[in-house]
Design a protein around this ligand. Structure first.
Ligand code: SF4
Length: 309
């Protein structure tokens, strides 16, 4: 049955003729919000270890990580997949262009790697990097994923993102000028935002040129982060969705989102050993199924209320 939203995975299957398997790579980059260039301590929720699969703990040695990743996934799925290198940890465009070229080139030289996904911050995308990535995208599959997290400057300050929404808009505008389509990450449930604020972001994101896919996450507190300490000291500053509340919120959001933006993820999932706060207790696929079921029950679909009246 057709999904009531535009699915990134389905689009990839059509484009590639098979499943697109990402192989995560820790390529030795750091982050300007950690090394002092724009901030120290990082975003308050950040602990990259919580998001990395076991085969990419090591810094550097991109080829070995990708070979291990291929072995891991070949065993797990036993189905034909196409592989892309997923530069996921920290800010993967935060280096001089010759360093980027060498690290991306190493990944692309590994047999079976068909392209790159590069995760980064909006303030780490100078024009020369965008021009290079746009050029590379004419030779192989290239996606840039930008951490948006929130469209509100008050929230971005509160979680110590080290950039504002104007910076995010500028990154997408310049990516579009270079002919690059980009993904984005958004987090629901950040402290200080009302439900109406969260839903209203659908219209703000729909205006971003170059944004053509989104990953949606609910806030999850990761142990030993600044946010975990804040939660322990001031639990009253946080409120967490029940699964039912989250499902309803995402449905309301999707109704107001441009139908051109593909949805890559509907909920996040942190391994339980990293969790320092409440969680749904459900795998993210189950949450996604509930969202789809609720959209069907409500007879609605992505973009039903887009553009806003
Ligand atoms: S920008 Fe990314 S890597 Fe850097 S502190 Fe924030 S979440 Fe962590």
């Amino acid at each position: 049955m057709e999904l009531p939203y535009r699915s990134y995975a389905e689009d990839c299957k059509k484009a590639f003729g098979s499943r697109l398997q990402k192989l995560s790579v820790h390529a030795g980059f750091t982050c300007p919000n950690r090394d002092g260039r724009c901030g120290v301590g990082g975003c308050t929720y950040c602990d990259n270890a919580a998001f990395n699969p076991s085969y990419c703990r090591r810094v550097g040695d991109i080829r070995t990580q990708l070979e291990e990743g291929k072995r891991f996934h070949a065993w797990r799925y036993r189905k034909a997949s196409k592989y892309v290198a997923y530069f996921q940890t920290y800010s993967n465009t935060y280096a001089p262009l010759d360093v980027l070229k060498a690290r991306y080139g190493e990944a692309l030289s590994v047999e079976g790697i068909e392209g790159l996904i590069v995760s980064t911050r909006p303030d780490c995308l100078p024009d020369e990097t965008l021009a290079y990535l746009a050029d590379l995208s004419r030779q192989c599959y290239v996606r840039v994923e930008i951490g948006i997290e929130s469209c509100y400057d008050d929230t971005l300050r509160r979680i110590n993102r080290g950039h504002d929404m104007a910076c995010t808009r500028d990154a997408y505008r310049r990516a579009a000028a270079h002919g690059l389509a980009c993904g984005g990450h958004l987090m629901f449930g950040l402290p200080g935002e009302s439900r109406a604020d969260m839903v209203a972001q659908a219209a703000l994101l729909s205006e971003l040129p170059a944004l053509d896919s989104l990953k949606l996450h609910q806030l999850q507190i990761i142990k030993h982060t600044a946010m975990a300490a804040e939660y322990e000291a001031h639990p009253e500053r946080f409120s967490f969705f029940t699964v039912e509340e989250y499902v309803e919120l995402v449905v309301d959001f999707l109704e107001r989102l441009s139908p051109h933006i593909r949805i890559e993820r509907l909920a996040g999932e942190v391994p339980p050993r990293f969790l320092g706060g409440p969680a749904f207790g459900l795998r993210s696929e189950r949450v996604a199924e509930r969202i789809v079921a609720r959209m069907r029950e409500r007879g609605t679909y992505q973009g039903r209320l887009y553009p806003p009246a």
